[in-house]
Design a protein around this ligand. Structure first.
Ligand code: IYR
Length: 328
């Protein structure tokens, strides 16, 4: 796979395509980052952007993981001390998951976000941004219902992180896109380049195929799960024999989360996937690309129960090193 394909595969959106193309052609010195509010134990949402970081490392990028302790504090995730402690556990989890340790820089937000220059630049951005715009940027990120001043500061700091970390590309899930658009608009006002961004798709809730899989609601997969936990969650997952399920009776969109996890988590990390089946049901199936597995599910060649069995097996392989690391 060439650099451009590695960078863009499985991305829901890149802003902009021509900026990404120029970076793909650049042989060296390209840098990307993702910021995470520290949570200690990785879950499937972190793993999705981490997969993209692994792609980017393979495409020649240097990668920074921002452990966004100040952001977590602003988003009401606990005392600053607790958040700091959690950040340290998260670093080891990312390495266990497969980020290349020799090419990943881990940075704590508080290492640079409390400096004088950063604070003054932040105030300059505050002068350039309406409260309504900041609030809109946070619609899919903020915890809590009422809007606090901290939530208006949050996206401006996220924007400012990009030039302060000196990165070319900001990576995040689609829920981060409005913050990145705000960054593109507002950074030029303080003489900084508008950043390129790359967004990963949102994966639907495993049990229902609706909404978005998240750690706070519904069913998620995390590094704390035992093999049995994974098997039982995957076994109970929503998996109709199609990649395009009908909306629910009340009109809510639905996805097939089992297929999504194969596409965005399993195939990017394994060269081939084997679905084990007893001889009497046709024997094992081998796939070296996602599309073939999707086509077999749709045609009925692959039964959802067999697909789920394989999914649990591969998720377990992805999670086992992190689970082991937590036990140390
Ligand atoms: N908003 C992210 C956390 C975050 C991301 C970046 I990129 C930053 O520069 C800072 C924080 C979240 O929702 O987890």
């Amino acid at each position: 796979m060439d650099a451009h394909e590695l960078i863009t595969r499985n991305a829901a959106e890149v802003v902009t395509e021509s900026e990404i193309e120029a970076l793909a052609d650049d042989p060296e010195g390209k840098r990307a980052y993702v910021g995470y509010e520290p949570s200690g134990v990785l879950h499937i949402g972190h793993m999705l952007t981490a997969n993209k970081l692994i792609d980017l490392q393979e495409a020649g990028f240097e990668v920074t993981v921002l452990l966004a302790d100040v952001h977590a504090y602003l988003n009401d995730k606990g005392s600053f001390e607790e958040i700091r402690h959690t950040a340290e556990r998260m670093r080891d989890q990312f390495i266990a998951y497969g980020l290349d340790e020799s090419n990943t820089q881990f940075v704590l937000g508080s290492d640079f976000q409390l400096d004088d220059d950063y604070t003054l630049d932040l105030h300059a951005l505050e002068l350039e941004t309406t409260l309504a715009r900041a609030e809109r940027a946070m619609a899919e990120i903020s915890s809590g219902d009422s809007v606090k001043v901290s939530q208006a500061v949050y996206p401006l700091m996220q924007a400012l992180d990009i030039p302060y970390l000196g990165v070319d590309v900001a990576v995040g899930g689609m829920e981060q896109r409005k913050v990145h658009m705000l960054a593109r608009d507002v950074l030029p006002s303080i003489d900084r380049e508008p950043p390129t961004s790359l967004h990963t798709p949102l994966i639907a809730d495993l049990a229902t195929g609706r909404g978005k899989m998240s750690s706070s609601e519904g069913v998620t997969i995390s590094m704390e799960d035992s093999r049995e936990d994974i098997e039982s969650k995957v076994n109970d997952a929503y998996c109709p024999p199609t990649a395009d399920p009908e909306p629910t009776d009340d009109g809510a969109e639905r996805e097939n989360p089992v297929l999504q996890v194969f596409e965005y988590h399993v195939f990017p990390r394994f060269d081939a996937v084997t679905v084990e089946r007893p001889e009497e049901y046709g024997g094992d199936l081998e796939y070296d690309a996602y599309d073939a597995l999707e086509a077999d599910l749709e045609s009925g060649e692959l039964h959802p129960a067999d697909a789920k069995g394989a999914l649990a097996e591969y998720l377990d392989r992805l999670i086992a090193p992190g689970r082991q690391q937590l036990a140390e």
